[in-house]
Design a binder for this molecule. Structure first.
Ligand SMILES: Nc1ncnc2c1ncn2[C@@H]1O[C@H](COP(=O)(O)OP(=O)(O)OP(=O)(O)O)[C@@H](O)[C@H]1O
Ligand SMILES: Nc1nc2c(ncn2[C@@H]2O[C@H](COP(=O)(O)O)[C@@H](O)[C@H]2O)c(=O)[nH]1
Length: 419
């Protein structure tokens, strides 16, 4: 879909619009000169324009299809038309103001104003591998949002293994013992709910046609046809857990594990094995949730899944679930949950909120966030550094590993706490 630039009302009324080809405007409040080298961000704008090759990415305003998410449109100079892209990933809510900065020619870093540190950094991917792949799928212009995660949050845990081996039982024990630390990724499935299953807790039960549409729309991190039904992990299912500051646990089949392994989500992959095939069959029958025909199908698939447990580079750990308590202790050990770990402890360290007003600038891989602070705090922490040198991942999951620390504004260079 395209239309001429002149045909679209782009006046911002904020004095922040930059015409094509012109270097983006920039405003720095009280930054020492040495901090502002190479700064090309626009500040206090509700719309930013970032030029990537022949294209101008306009971020801001309201999405055309939804009033609750931020809009993105592209002016393609090679054809002289506006293009409304397919927007994938978890879209941020509209910002009051933001800064935008192109990184590595493939993603735009967006720093939000009036946000807390957990929500200040977002990435609009414009030419990453994921976006390039999706352009082929959709045969349209595609961009993808990915939320920046501050700090080295612990990796999600993918638990796989044949049906009936005890994955759900082990995960329930972990979540019961460490409720503040772990959160379950609630999958979508087209299978019918079991008697004791709750909608939105065990699964999001859904119609096949609806799920197929959602898959096409790019809502899933992974999906697979398992024992005759569709199952999938939505990007949102994983994000909800991360937003709660918890470590995400995914209970998915081996095909799903393979897809996650190939995605940008860095995780720990654990395969749960039965002590014997006979014992697996006994557990499945004893559970009493499947018909004989379904049990036979699950057992046939179990053989194929068991064969893949040693597939090179797929699983990091294999645990045999013979005695439940022994297996659970081994699981805790490999997750570093030794005796004495505080069971109420949260997975991620929550940081202080970013003060109301802030502006941003950059030097190399470091983004400087200059904050308006209360008088009494001014002396100490009004300049934060967002270090992008260790970013990992990206859409369709999150961009992890951002470091943020308070900087000494009197220093000539911006050093990390350990440098
Ligand atoms: N170590 C064990 N010894 C004996 N029974 C077990 C053990 N672990 C789990 N079980 C039982 O085996 C049955 C299957 O367990 P569970 O439902 O957790 O399997 P699952 O791997 O999650 O299956 P699915 O993939 O079909 O969801 C349950 O009735 C559970 O109580
Ligand atoms: N690839 C995915 N597999 C999933 C997902 N959610 C669950 N599963 C796997 O399906 C089977 C059967 O589960 P059941 O609840 O019907 O017994 C089991 O192996 C699960 O691990 C998913 O989102 N993606």
């Amino acid at each position: 879909m395209g239309f001429k630039k002149d045909g679209l009302n782009l006046s911002c009324g904020t004095g922040t619009h930059t015409s094509m080809g012109e270097a983006p405007a920039f405003v720095v409040d009280d930054l020492p000169e040495s901090f502002s080298n190479g700064f090309d961000m626009k500040l206090k704008a509700n719309r930013t324009h970032t030029i990537v090759g022949n294209k101008e990415y306009v971020i801001g305003g309201i999405d055309d299809e939804s009033t609750s998410t931020i809009g993105v449109r592209i002016f393609d100079n090679s054809i002289g038309e506006w293009v409304i892209p397919t927007v994938l990933g978890t879209k941020p809510k509209p910002f009051e103001g933001h800064s935008a900065k192109l990184l590595k020619e493939d993603r735009i870093l967006v720093v939000k104003e009036n946000s807390n540190l957990d929500d200040c950094a977002w990435f609009l991917e414009v030419d990453t591998q994921f976006v390039r792949d999706q352009k082929k799928n959709f045969e349209t212009e595609v961009v993808a949002w990915s939320k920046g995660v501050i700090g080295d949050t612990e990796k999600p845990i993918v638990i796989s293994g044949p049906s009936g081996v005890g994955k759900g039982t082990l995960i329930s024990k972990l979540m019961k013992e460490f409720p503040a630390m772990f959160g379950f990724s609630v999958s979508h499935t087209t299978r019918a709910p079991r008697e004791k299953e709750t909608i939105g807790v065990h699964y999001h039960f859904t119609e096949r046609s609806v799920m197929e549409e959602e898959i096409k729309a790019g809502k899933f991190l992974e999906f697979a046809s398992v024992h005759g039904n569709l199952y999938g992990t939505s990007i949102e299912a994983v994000d909800v857990v991360a937003d709660a500051g918890k470590r995400c646990i995914l209970d998915i089949d081996v095909q799903g594990a393979r897809s996650v392994r190939a995605s940008s989500l860095e995780a720990i992959f654990i395969f749960i094995c039965p002590p014997s095939f006979e014992e697996l069959e006994e557990r499945l029958r004893a559970r009493g949730t499947e018909t004989e025909e379904q049990i036979q199908k699950r057992l046939r698939n179990a053989r194929a899944e068991l064969e893949q447990r040693n597939s090179p580079g797929l699983f990091d750990h294999i645990l045999v679930n013979d005695n439940l308590d022994t297996c659970y202790q081994s699981l805790k050990k490999l997750l570093g949950l030794n005796e004495g770990v505080d069971t109420t402890q949260k997975s991620t360290h929550k940081m202080t909120d970013l003060p109301i007003d802030h502006s941003a600038s950059n030097i190399d891989q470091k983004i400087l966030i200059n904050c308006s602070m209360a008088e009494q705090e001014k002396e100490t922490r009004n300049l934060f550094v967002l270090d992008l040198s260790s970013i990992k991942g990206g859409a369709p999951a999150r961009t992890r590993g951002l470091k943020i620390y308070a900087a000494d504004p009197s220093a000539d260079c911006i050093n990390g706490p350990n440098s």
